[in-house]
Ligand binder design. Structure first.
Ligand code: GLP
Length: 245
């Protein structure tokens, strides 16, 4: 596990974007695993800027998002499909048919989970997965207590996660109660993972991550078992830990 410290959110975003861009330039057919939430927004802005200035091409890139809210259509401004289209896909030369987000409004949600899991496998798996971390240690929407063996599945969101994400919705009551998420074993099959941690509100979670033994009570702890994880954390997020980078 490699830890890279960034002085602030902008530097974290730039470092992560530079890393992704290099990967894409070396492997134009990369399967990229993407995350949503506030943390990766700066990365996406940097990817767009680089695409416009340097022409990095995404024509042959496939993307797989970690998760999607149950019940939201792709057109809903709060869906992760909408987020991805507006914050990244509409601004680069990616083939939209190669961008994958679970269908949160599928009629048969269980089938949809199996389809998504199969889709990733049939495409050869994820080469590089971008991850954020929830204040309670969740990755994707895998809440504390999720089995490390889990595959893409439907999950109930904890009240704390719904509250944390309510800032993106008109009101808390409109935050869905369930989501489809890649499972922990799906995430762990990625060849490489970048975990992003930013801001003082993640300092507690990050310090827990650093001292925590691998335990299903803290989903992110499983990343310590992955052979190729880079953590890019900013100074505010590292406030409560002492590490040598
Ligand atoms: C959300 C997402 C996660 C994300 C996390 C942190 O619930 N499902 O993939 O990493 O919470 O979000 P943020 O970056 O906004 O702090």
């Amino acid at each position: 596990m490699k830890i890279v410290e960034a002085k602030d959110y902008n530097e974290m975003s730039r470092k992560a974007a530079d890393y992704i861009i290099k990967k894409i330039q070396n492997s134009p057919k990369l399967n990229l695993g993407l995350a949503t939430g506030g943390t990766p927004v700066g990365i996406y802005q940097n990817l767009i800027k680089d695409h416009q200035l340097n022409g990095t091409s995404y024509t042959h890139i496939a993307t797989f998002n970690l998760d999607e809210y149950v019940g939201l259509s792709p057109e809903s401004p709060n869906s992760y499909r909408f987020y991805m289209n507006h914050k990244l896909f509409n601004h680069i030369d990616i083939n939209i048919g190669k961008t994958h987000v679970p269908h949160g409004n599928a009629h048969h949600l269980h089938e949809e989970c199996l389809r998504y899991e199969r889709l990733i496998a049939e495409n050869g798996g994820i080469d590089l997965q971008i991850l954020g971390i929830g204040a309670n240690g969740h990755i994707g929407f895998n809440e504390p207590g999720t089995s490390f063996q889990s595959i893409t599945n439907i999950v109930d969101l904890t009240p704390s996660t719904r509250e944390a994400n309510a800032r993106y919705f008109p009101s808390l009551s409109e935050v869905p109660t369930q989501a489809i998420t890649m499972g922990i074993s799906t995430i762990m099959k990625s060849k490489e993972i970048i975990l992003l941690v930013s801001g003082e509100n993640k300092a507690e979670a990050f310090s827990k991550f650093m001292i925590q033994e691998i335990d299903e009570k803290f989903p992110a702890s499983i990343l310590k078992n992955h052979p190729c994880v880079t953590i890019i954390a900013d100074t505010a997020a590292m406030k409560k830990v002492k590490v040598h980078c």
